[in-house]
Write a protein that binds this ligand. Structure first.
Ligand code: PMP
Length: 454
């Protein structure tokens, strides 16, 4: 096999359709090929060492290169590479993982259903929640409310629950009986309101929508505790508690999509703990295995599980790889490392606050309109004129420019619109935080210079 850099790029352009890419443009430019990872760093095929401040795709929480996960996979593959969870069967690691998740997840989220991804986890809940109401003689209580610009994955239900207009345009989405409300995004939408007032206003959008549709029609509300893909929108602290109150008032199930936030991203195990609310259902993926192997899960509370068990009959839903033993073994080892090495605690008490201080200091840069961060997830909002909160006219161009400059400086950040997104491996050290902040400042300077902003 010829694995020279250019051959790989040519083969890639000829045969590989990339997700979320303009593939013709990418083929002209050439893909970047990553070859190795260790801790918070990855290396590309040209030999560049890059500080990955995005943890792959919000997922490599324990960092790259942990041999224990490879060993856990290898051991399970050799012993029993696969067996299904259909026909009354299961495997040892699958059972242990379900029990472990029940122990870790807040409240009585004690029941796990396994998928291969976050998208599939969200597809699962759409069907299960509608089934939950239908078997209680409320088939009309089937509407999900999500949020404009929310992201819940790329499958048909996932993309429908999400509120990305560009995704809805492709494939005739959303599917019926899904509604959306505006999300909390103070920088773009908060005007002169204080945090508390704005939090209540945004939560009231849910109550208004429930009343408009009729509480007997609304099955569930789904949201990312912190909206990741659209640009790390961190809601006011009171938002989720108020959302919880409204859901309880109208008997609407509350679903927290913790695909990004779960497993320590906010400095708590789950963002529902960070914001102090209790979901009825939680969807998980990414950090559950630190991205080492695909796995997703849905956690249900006792109420939902009881109805499904007593009235649900046969569950007509499942994947060949639901509860895959190798993925479960890797997840267990990943969780063991997170716990034994106190990675989440360190994040909450030490490196998280240290990173937050450095990140907030980047907010002093003339190009940065807002620096926001919660635990180890954050964003810099790039703007043409401080302190006004206006955006650049051609949204996205400056973000991409800054992202490309950062890459040349050895730093991986993601850009959405003109927000620079941060989500490093949770094991990032103080020294690496310093390196990240220096490279980010330098990249902001160079971007400003290219734009002619002093
Ligand atoms: N939910 C959220 C909040 C996500 O950010 C993502 C992926 N970025 C998903 C769901 C979908 O997960 P996956 O890509 O594993 O299907």
């Amino acid at each position: 096999m010829d694995s020279t850099h250019t051959t790989l790029q040519q083969l890639d352009a000829a045969h590989h359709l990339h997700p979320f890419n303009d593939n013709a443009a990418l083929a002209r430019k050439g893909t970047r090929i990553l070859t190795r990872g260790e801790g918070c760093y990855v290396w590309d095929a040209e030999g560049n060492k890059l500080l990955d401040a995005f943890a792959g795709l919000w997922c490599v929480n324990i960092g790259y290169g942990r041999k224990e996960l490879g060993e856990a996979a290898s051991k399970q593959m050799t012993q029993l590479a696969y067996y299904n969870s259909f026909f009354g069967c299961t495997t040892e690691p699958t059972v242990h993982l379900a029990a472990k998740l029940a122990e870790l997840c807040p409240g009585d989220l004690d029941h796990a259903f396994f998928s291969n991804s976050g998208s599939e986890a969200n597809d699962t809940i759409l069907r299960m929640v509608r089934h939950f109401w239908a078997v209680q003689d409320k088939p009309q209580k089937n509407i999900f409310i999500g949020r404009h610009n929310g992201y819940h994955g790329s499958t048909v239900a996932g993309a429908s629950l999400g509120g990305m207009k560009g995704m809805h345009k492709q494939g005739g989405l959303p599917i019926p009986d899904i509604a959306h409300i505006d999300p909390p995004f103070w920088f773009g939408d908060g005007g002169e309101m204080g945090e508390e007032e704005y939090g209540l206003l945004c939560a009231k959008r849910l109550e208004d929508k429930i009343l408009e549709l009729g509480p007997d029609r609304v099955a569930a509300f789904i949201g990312e505790p912190i909206m990741g893909a659209i640009g790390v929108y961190i809601p006011p602290k009171n938002y989720w508690k108020e959302i919880e109150r409204i859901c309880r008032k109208y008997d609407v199930l509350l679903v927290a999509d913790e695909v990004i936030c779960g497993f320590g991203r906010t400095g708590e195990w789950f963002a529902s703990q960070y914001f102090g609310f209790q979901p009825d259902i939680m969807t998980l993926a990414k950090g559950i295995t630190s991205g080492y192997i695909p796995l997703g899960a849905v956690m249900f509370n006792n109420r939902v599980a009881k109805v499904l068990a007593e009235k649900g009959g046969e569950l007509a839903h499942g994947y060949t790889y639901s509860g895959h033993p190798v993925c479960a073994a890797v997840a267990l080892e990943n969780i063991r490392i997170l716990q034994d090495e106190k990675i989440v605690d360190t994040c909450r008490d030490d490196t998280g606050p240290y990173l937050a201080a450095k990140w907030k200091a980047l907010g002093e840069h003339p190009l940065v309109g807002e620096a926001r961060i919660a635990g180890m997830v954050g964003a810099l909002e790039l703007v043409p004129r401080k302190p006004s909160r206006e955006f650049f006219p051609e949204r996205g161009r400056v973000g991409q420019l800054c992202r490309d400059i950062a890459l040349k400086n050895g730093l991986i950040l993601r850009a959405t619109n003109d927000s620079m997104l941060l989500s490093p491996p949770l094991v990032i050290s103080r020294a690496q935080v310093d390196e990240l902040a220096e490279k980010a400042w330098k990249s902001l300077d160079q971007t400003a210079k290219e734009l002619g902003i002093a």
